[in-house]
Design a protein around this ligand. Structure first.
Ligand SMILES: Nc1nc2c(ncn2[C@@H]2O[C@H](COP(=O)(O)OP(=O)(O)OP(=O)(O)O)[C@@H](O)[C@H]2O)c(=O)[nH]1
Ligand SMILES: [Mg+2]
Length: 210
């Protein structure tokens, strides 16, 4: 082998080594980019637990199904309790509905502890007598030490129905039982739960930020 041949083999070898190095760097880059792309973009959401109360037929299951983006269930009373996950921007709400029948209500208090906020649903189609029963029920619940100081969202359901009581009418009846806690009231209707969702978002954010 003469010196010219030896020189050209050396050049070819160093070019080959350079190519291998570039390939290696490319592979590492591709791997890093793929790993980053496959990793979840956000951290797992925080979870808050809420209690959903209200007399039988008030509209709790319907509201929670709408909030959870599920098909609204056939009208069936909730036996015992049911739990729904509602996805918010920063948090997942795990909402426990307690069936509102008079027999189940006697046992409600056993399930009160360990919650961050309360949703109380009132049927806006209630007569004045039924409305008073709802307010008495709400007042008893709020007197429980397990719910002391928790924020309350009152939802006036069935606002889509003709003859429903206005949110202001219900508000005038419930404000006296709120004992200085943070509370708010909104209306809802079948396929119209945006105001409830917005209010829940605010409640959740204030719990997380404090
Ligand atoms: N038009 C209308 N009907 C509603 C609304 N919310 C609930 N309903 C109806 O009211 C009835 C009772 O609703 P539910 O959601 O089962 O009531 P609930 O509070 O879960 O009742 P319990 O589980 O027995 O305590 C059902 O026939 C629903 O379709 C609403 O906003 N608008
Ligand atoms: Mg129900």
């Amino acid at each position: 082998m003469n010196s010219t041949e030896y020189e050209s083999i050396s050049i070819a070898r160093s070019r080959y080594a350079g190519c291998c190095l570039a390939c290696g760097i490319c592979k590492i880059l591709c791997y890093t980019i793929c790993c980053r792309a496959c990793r979840p973009a956000t951290q797992p959401k925080e979870e808050l637990t809420l209690l959903c109360l209200g007399l039988e037929g008030a509209g709790k299951s319907t509201l929670l199904a709408e909030l959870a983006g599920e098909t609204v269930p056939e009208a069936e009373p909730t036996i015992g309790f049911s739990i729904k996950a509602v996805l918010m921007e920063r948090v997942v709400l795990s909402v426990k509905e307690l069936g509102g029948g008079p027999t189940i209500r006697e046992y409600w208090e056993r399930y009160f502890s360990g919650h961050d906020a309360v949703i109380f649903v009132i049927d806006s189609m209630s007569s004045d007598e039924q409305l008073s029963e709802s307010v008495t029920c709400l007042s008893r619940c709020l007197a429980s030490s397990a719910l002391r100081g928790l924020p309350v969202l009152v939802v006036c359901s069935k606002q889509d129905k003709t003859g429903s009581k206005s949110v202001d009418h219900v508000k005038a009846m419930v404000e006296s039982v709120m004992d200085g806690r943070k509370w708010s009231i909104v209306g809802s209707s079948q396929r119209g739960v945006e105001a409830v969702k917005k209010e829940l978002e605010e409640i959740a954010n204030s719990i997380i930020d404090n």
